[in-house]
Design a protein around this ligand. Structure first.
Ligand code: ADP
Ligand code: MG
Length: 259
C-alpha cells in the first residue's frame, strides 16, 4: 500500500531591526538577562505599543520578493495564552488581516536519495504576519531553578505560513533552504539558526492517494535542516505505522529529540 506525504511549514524569521517591534529596547543577542526587557516588552500598566516602521518595511519587502498580496490595511490582534516566558499573558500577533497575503516561492528540489534528478516546484505561500517573540525560560543554571529571561520578548518576527504543498522531506528542506537564502539576500533576517533567528515548525500528515488530507502533527522549533529531514522521516514512518496498526493519528504539537 502506498502513502502520500503532505507537509506545510510555518517559519518564524526574526527581523533584523535594532529595536523591538513595539518599543525602542535593543534586540541584540546574548546580553545579560533582562537588561533589554523594558516596560513595553513587559506590558506594564500604562504603556502603549508604538509600531516599528522597520518591521513593517521588512515584511512588505518579503511580500514583494514572493509576489504576494500586500494588504493596504493590516491589523494586529491579541493571542492570549499563559506561559512563564510570556508574563503579560498575551502575544501581539496578526490574525485576519496580515501584512502579507497569498504568494508563492519556486524551489529547486535535490532528491535526498537514489539517483533521481533535481526538479523545480512552486510552493504557495498562505500568508506572512508580523508578531512579537516571547521571552525564554532558562533551565538548569542552578539546580531546581528555572530563570526567565525577557530580553527576547517583543523581538519582531515574521511568521511565514505555506500551503500544505510539499510531499517529501526533500521538498520541505528545499523550501526551508530557499526561504533561508531569500530572507538573508533581501536583508530582512540574519538567518542565524543557532541563535533562533530562523525557526521552522513542520506540519506533517499522510494519506492514501485520492483521499482527503489526513490529520496533521506539528513538529515545533526545528533549527537545523538536517534535523528537519530526520524529524520528517521519523514522523512519516510513525504515522504510517500508527494507521496500519489500526489506530488514528491525533492532532498534536510535538518536539523532535535527535537522540
Ligand atoms: P496553526 O497555527 O494552528 O499551526 P496555521 O494555519 O498557522 O495553524 O498553520 C498550519 C500549517 O499546517 C500550514 O503550513 C498548513 O499548510 C499546514 N497544514 C494544514 N493542514 C495540513 C495537513 N493535513 N497536513 C500537513 N500540513 C497541513
Ligand atoms: Mg501558526
Amino acid at each position: 500500500m502506498t502513502w502520500e506525504i503532505v507537509i506545510g511549514l510555518e517559519v518564524h524569521t526574526q527581523l533584523s531591526t535594532h529595536t523591538k517591534i513595539f518599543s525602542g529596547a535593543s534586540t541584540a543577542f546574548g546580553s545579560e538577562p533582562n537588561t533589554q526587557a523594558d516596560a513595553v516588552s513587559l506590558a506594564l500598566p500604562g504603556v502603549l505599543p508604538v509600531l516599528n516602521k522597520g518591521a513593517v518595511e521588512r515584511a512588505i519587502k518579503f511580500g514583494l520578493a514572493t509576489g504576494s498580496h500586500i494588504a493596504p490595511r493590516s491589523v494586529f490582534a491579541r493571542k492570549n495564552y499563559f506561559y512563564p516566558d510570556l508574563p503579560k499573558g498575551y502575544q501581539i500577533s496578526q490574525f485576519d488581516l496580515p501584512v502579507v497575503g497569498q504568494g508563492s516561492l519556486t524551489i529547486q528540489v535535490e532528491p535526498l536519495s537514489g539517483n533521481a534528478k533535481p526538479y523545480e516546484k512552486t510552493v504557495r505561500i498562505t500568508r506572512a504576519h508580523l508578531e512579537e517573540d516571547a521571552g525564554k525560560s532558562v533551565h538548569g543554571e542552578s539546580q531546581g531553578v528555572t530563570g526567565v529571561d525577557l530580553n527576547r520578548a517583543g523581538t519582531p518576527l515574521l511568521e511565514i505560513v505555506s500551503e500544505p504543498d510539499m510531499c517529501s522531506a526533500a521538498e520541505a528542506v528545499a523550501y526551508a533552504k530557499t526561504l533561508h537564502t531569500l530572507v538573508r539576500w533581501i536583508g530582512i533576517c540574519d538567518g542565524n539558526m543557532q541563535e533562533g533567528s530562523f525557526r521552522c515548525d513542520v506540519n506533517v500528515s499522510v494519506r492514501r492517494p485520492g483521499e482527503p488530507l489526513g490529520t496533521r502533527r506539528e513538529i515545533k522549533n526545528l533549527n537545523s535542516f538536517k534535523f528537519m529531514q530526520q524529524a520528517i522521516d521519523y514522523e512519516v514512518q510513525w504515522q504510517i505505522d500508527t494507521i496500519e496498526n489500526g489506530d488514528k493519528v491525533q492532532q498534536a504539537t510535538i518536539l523532535f529529540n535527535p537522540d
